[in-house]
Design a protein around this ligand. Structure first.
Ligand code: GLN
Length: 479
């Protein structure tokens, strides 16, 4: 059994034919993951007992001839910003180094109800703030494809685990690109669903109006299966949508002939050939599949980074206020006054990027600057959303790059936050508009680094988006 290439369908078949039990598979997967993990630092910790308990449950259901669920026995990695009852959840922050949540995130509950086996929690940028995974308090993650390079961020650990083969699928979170960009850097599929499609209950808040949970997988089908499991209304998240969940895996194989695909010109201006060429070849492939290509414009794109970094920092400054030394966290030792407790706990606990964002966010929300920055950013967000709405009157989907460059070297952009923020230039627009978007592997640079293309679709049209991705995958990969 080659764990690194197993698909969900392989596992279902193996269980059905009794080639292995869920417990055997889990034991094997835990052993493999523990042995492989030092190469990348993708997992922060494993939850062996919980995994074996879940696997046992699957085997019992199989023995009783009950349906064990669509994820039966599947090894799943969960980004460490998603809470797990009784299992440490650190958000890759020193502040939460010993935090053990008393409840499970809804997505986690749904994964286990579907028979999924959570092996452990994956590394990420602290509180999901970053594009390289280097902002983790517990060391960076290395890209499994090129160990001297970053895996992207912030869900770098989840992407690395899936590509390394230490998980079959993973949950990531995306606020401005944190699922899609690491998926592109490591060479896997990453899906950011429509805002509200997947419950955020139990996702530690970074920027609440932008946060999403979504699947990461080695192929489109597995991502679709996981998405179906976690999607849907949840009473515990008021922003989760009532819209019915489509049967994504069943709708994957449809014909895409006649689909109108928009190519937004703003996303290709000045794009380096090492990224632009593979994307162009992917676009040509869609033309051969019978799709109609249409040039479109999203005219407010140039304001996206400024808009995103005002809104996300504003929301982050408010969300991170709860880490005060009273709740959740370890308190700085030896403090005598309330102010000192706040100051020292937060001063010692947060890393540089979180502090930068708390300061920026507090500034843009402060009296006198609110109108100039925060309010204006909200208005531009509406304009960016309208750009998409207008484009989607003409086309069914959009194709763009995910990132302007491939995985960069560890340390290369660390000293320049502005360069780091530019990583998100193509992903944050979709996040601001709340539309579904995904990253699909579409080739390699001359240096052998993965390149991803982004597919974006109308609100709640994940099925159409996934179908396009699958059509491309079918046309270009063996499986
Ligand atoms: N890289 C972006 C940021 O640093 C996006 C992060 C995310 O999507 N969580 O904010």
């Amino acid at each position: 059994m080659n764990l690194a290439s197993l698909t969900i369908a392989d596992i279902q078949k193996g269980l059905r034919l009794k080639q292995f039990s869920a417990v055997e598979l889990t034991e094997e997967a835990l052993k493999f993951a523990a042995a492989e993990n030092p190469k990348t630092n993708a997992y922060l910790h494993f939850c062996q007992e919980r995994a074996l308990r879940a696997a046992q449950g699957v085997d019992e259901k199989l023995a009783r001839k009950e349906d064990p669920g669509p994820l039966a026995g599947v090894p799943v990695a969960v980004k460490d910003v998603i809470v797990t009852k009784g299992v440490r959840t650190t958000c890759a922050s020193k502040l939460l180094a010993s935090y053990i949540p008393p409840y499970d995130a809804t997505a986690v509950i749904r994964v286990e109800q579907a028979g999924g086996v959570i092996l452990g929690k994956t590394n990420c940028d602290e509180f999901a703030m970053g594009s390289s995974n280097e902002n983790s308090a517990f060391g960076p993650v290395r890209n499994p494809v090129a160990l001297d390079r970053v895996p992207g961020g912030s869900s770098g650990g989840s992407a690395a685990a899936v590509v390394q083969g230490t998980a079959v699928v993973a949950l990531g979170s995306d606020t401005g690109g944190s699922i899609r960009q690491p998926a592109a850097f490591c060479g896997c599929v990453g899906v950011t669903p429509t805002y509200g499609r997947v419950s955020r209950y139990g996702l530690v808040a970074f920027a609440s109006s932008l946060d999403h949970i979504g699947p990461m997988a080695r192929n489109v089908t597995d991502a679709a299966i996981l998405l179906k499991v976690i999607a849907g209304r949840d009473e515990r998240d008021a922003t989760s949508a009532f819209a019915p969940v489509a049967d994504y895996p069943a709708l994957l194989e449809g014909d895409v002939r006649g689909t109108k695909i928009g190519i937004p010109k703003e996303y290709f201006q000045g794009l380096a050939a090492e990224i632009g060429d593979p994307i162009q070849r992917a676009i040509d492939q869609f033309a051969r599949l019978g799709c109609e290509l249409v040039d479109v414009s999203l005219p407010h794109t140039e304001y996206a980074i400024a808009t995103y970094y005002i809104i996300c920092t504003a929301e982050a400054s408010s969300n991170l206020a709860r880490y005060d030394g009273v709740r959740y966290t370890t308190r700085a030792p030896g403090v005598t006054t309330l102010t000192d407790m706040y100051r020292q706990t937060r001063g010692e606990g947060f890393g540089a990027e979180c502090k930068r964002r708390i300061m920026l966010g507090t500034y843009v929300l402060s009296h006198g600057y609110y109108d100039a920055y925060y309010l204006k950013a909200q208005k531009v967000r509406t304009l960016l959303t309208q750009d998409f709405r207008q484009a989607f009157e003409k086309v069914d989907a959009l194709i763009t790059p995910v990132s302007p460059f491939p995985a960069f070297r560890l340390g290369e952009k660390l000293s320049d936050p502005w360069q780091m923020y530019l990583s998100d230039i193509y992903t944050i627009t979709g996040s601001l508009a709340g539309i579904p978007c995904m990253s699909v592997p579409c080739g390699w640079t001359a240096d052998g680094l993965p390149v991803g293309m982004q597919i974006l679709a109308r609100h709640f049209e994940e099925a159409a988006m996934l179908r396009l991705a699958r059509a491309y995958e079918r046309a270009t990969c063996e499986s």
